[in-house]
Design a protein around this ligand. Structure first.
Ligand code: ADP
Length: 408
């Protein structure tokens, strides 16, 4: 007899090992088995996402493995939550919005956009934190000049504090746990996903308007974990005008659609360069922003230029000193779009790229923006007020605990 099927197994592997077993998953109302994205999930993860009884699924899977029995289709539980609501179950009190920043391909400036969106929002008076979900290639602490080994555990306080940047942005990243910033983290997908979850659930984030999550590129385990298992309110997709980047980001768009996570907007980075003589050059080709707007159904939040000052400030750990009009526009469009989404649910208003140049719809003036109190973004309709995290995150920062140092 072959080994029993366990809840830790990846759905895809089970499906490949036992042809026809997809019918068992489907009988339980677990669509992941037939879905390209979800089939990379564990049975336990899929059951959790869809609020299903994992033990009942396992019993039927193992029965199928023994004698090929496909159970009757089970009635969906009355209290079945939609994926979006299920994610909100894990919302941490004090964090209003969790926004993931994603890209299809590495090197398009996703971390930079995360960092500068956080900096710009912070400058406008919002409380912002950054969770660097790029466990194997973290770059956020470097840009902010946050040192390694800078996580602190305050005596008597249950959860450790993430280090805070000079400008007051709490930042959690794998690199703040390490002794050597150049040490390689060689971990498999599930460990990476677990670490990201723990960075969210097991840190003392305090009160935040926005927690921006910088995801590793692509559509692998880690982005999937954040989109499926964390209470992610939406994603921002970063791309560049290069054809290849556009092609790859369309995969990320599909992933967000399949997982039913709202795409809050598209950012086209490295869109152009302005030369000192006043000319503008689109060195990676013409903008693909409109195309991505069409593919995603989400607005183009900004077109950002290539600016060598960004590279210099990033390398010096002083990214918080950067300020430029395109980033102010990006932050403003982000806030406007979020506000409109809240006001107009379930309809999704589109900010066309024309509006970025002011042609279609004027954005709020700075005075209007300033009039919005920092904690003013509309409260979520479905946000469980005061809800504590239900994700036990594998029992605290146990695996990471050896990296912690006491507060002095
Ligand atoms: P990703 O997170 O997509 O892998 P990064 O944000 O790490 O990409 O950016 C890759 C490199 O490109 C970094 O060194 C960053 O400073 C630089 N970079 C990104 N966008 C710009 C830009 N608009 N102007 C200048 N340098 C940029």
């Amino acid at each position: 007899m072959s080994d029993p099927i366990t809840k830790e197994m990846i759905i895809r592997e089970v499906r490949d090992r036992y042809p026809g077993i997809t019918a068992v998953f489907q009988a339980h109302g677990l669509p992941c088995a037939g879905c390209h994205v979800g089939s990379y999930e564990t049975i336990e993860g899929g059951a959790r996402t869809h609020k299903l009884d994992v033990e009942a699924i396992l019993a039927d899977l193992n029965r199928f493995a023994r004698d090929g029995t496909v159970p009757e289709r089970r009635a969906r539980p009355n209290n079945l939550l939609t994926p979006q609501t299920a994610r909100n179950d894990g919302k941490i009190a004090g964090i209003k919005y969790v926004v993931a920043v994603m890209s299809g391909k590495g090197g398009v400036g996703k971390s930079l956009v995360t960092a500068l969106l956080a900096v710009t929002l912070k400058r406008q008076g919002y409380k912002v934190g950054i969770l660097d979900g790029d466990i194997t290639g973290p770059s956020i602490p470097y840009m902010f000049g946050v040192p390694v080994r800078s996580l602190t555990q305050v005596p008597g306080q249950q959860k450790p504090n993430p280090p805070v940047s000079r400008g007051g942005i709490p930042i959690m990243s794998m690199n703040v746990l390490l002794d050597d910033p150049e040490a390689a983290v060689i971990w498999r997908g599930p460990m990476i996903s677990g670490a990201i979850r723990q960075f969210y659930t097991d840190m003392n984030w305090g009160t935040l308007d926005y927690l921006l999550v910088d995801l590793p590129p692509g559509t692998s385990d880690a982005p999937m974990t954040v989109l499926q298992q964390m209470p992610t309110d939406g994603v921002i997709l970063v791309s560049s005008p290069q054809g290849l980047a556009t092609m790859v980001v369309s995969k990320a768009i599909q992933m967000a659609h399949k997982l039913e996570v709202p795409i809050l907007g598209i950012v086209e980075n490295m869109s152009y360069v302005d030369l000192p003589d006043g000319t503008r050059h689109e060195i990676f080709g013409p903008s693909q922003g409109q195309r991505l707007v069409g593919l995603s159904g989400a607005p183009l939040l900004g077109r950002l230029p290539i600016d060598p000052l960004i590279t210099t400030l990033s390398d010096e750990g002083h990214i918080e000193e950067y300020d430029s009009e395109p980033y102010q526009t990006l932050a403003q469009n982000f806030l406007t779009h979020l506000r409109e989404r809240e006001e107009a649910r379930p309809a999704l208003p589109i900010i066309s790229s024309r509006s970025l140049s002011g042609a279609a719809r004027p954005l709020p003036s700075k005075a209007e923006a300033a009039a919005t109190p920092p904690s003013a973004p509309a409260t979520r309709r479905d946000e469980p007020a005061g809800a504590a995290s239900t994700d036990k995150g594998g029992g605290g920062l146990q695996r990471l605990g050896r990296f912690l140092k006491p507060d002095r």
